[in-house]
Design a protein around this ligand. Structure first.
Ligand code: ZN
Length: 248
């Protein structure tokens, strides 16, 4: 089953509904098309102390990094969120996503921020049982983290109207109950530092996306779950989106 278009309903800023084709070349910033195709997605693990603790992991000395391909993107704000149902538990990890707008190679933290195009919410969908098996065998995580649909991305709010990202906060409700709440100020490695560190290893290009790690409260999704995600920008604008979990 495939969808060709989706509509998102931004709340709180007076913007009309926007229908976007599901095409990674048209990933939306404030409802408008982006200049570049979505590229690689660099993800950060264990960037919130409370989440590292809930999975029994140490707080890292340097950011733990992994990647998802552009082909793993699905919209977080369409009517349905598709998850695999035949590979054990599929966990939600709600994260702040950073869209890269300029080329970055070994930049410092202050240079990094001038190359950010926008921010969004993402679910880093994770096949937790598969990941536990891979961890036990010392194998890479891609089967658990980089499958089709594993990067559920909401629409981006452009950086020039977002305000100070360190003041951003976000939450996920599942069937009306708050499941995850995050504050960018609780990140172990803040956005600017992450981008500097990442750009020293992987050149960041326009259209690349960085997922900045999840706060505590991760848990399994079940087909039929109603999810509501909320992003409060650095200057206090509130955006909210709804979706329903379905089988891929
Ligand atoms: Zn994650």
């Amino acid at each position: 089953m495939s969808i060709n278009a989706y509509t998102f309903k931004p709340h709180g800023v007076g913007l009309p509904d926007v229908t976007m084709p599901v095409d990674r070349a048209l990933y939306s910033v404030n409802g408008g098309p982006m200049a570049a195709a979505a590229g690689k997605i660099v993800c950060v693990g264990r960037n919130y102390a409370d989440h590292a603790k809930e999975l029994g992991n140490e707080v890292p000395e340097a950011p733990l990094l992994f990647m998802k391909p552009a082909s793993s993107i699905q919209p977080l704000h369409s009517e349905q969120l598709r998850i695999p149902t035949d590979k054990g538990a599929c966990h939600h990890e709600l994260e702040l996503a950073v869209l890269i707008g300029g080329l970055m190679q070994g930049v410092n933290a202050s240079e990094a921020m001038s190359n950010v195009a926008g921010y969004a919410l993402a679910l880093d969908l994770t096949l937790r049982d598969v990941q536990d098996e891979l961890k036990a065998k010392g194998q890479p995580w891609e089967r658990a983290k980089a499958f089709d649909g594993s990067a559920a991305l909401g629409p981006f709010v452009s950086a020039n109207v977002f305000g100070n990202v360190a003041k951003a906060s976000f939450s996920l409700e599942r069937n009306g109950e708050v499941q995850q709440q995050g504050k960018a100020s609780d990140m172990i490695f803040p956005v600017a530092e992450l981008l500097a560190e990442i750009s020293a290893i992987f050149t960041l290009e326009p259209g690349d996306i960085v997922l900045t790690g999840t706060p505590a409260g991760v848990g399994p999704l079940v087909v039929g779950d109603n999810l509501s995600t909320k992003l409060i920008t650095g200057n206090g604008q509130e955006w909210a989106w709804q979706t329903r979990v379905t089988s891929r």
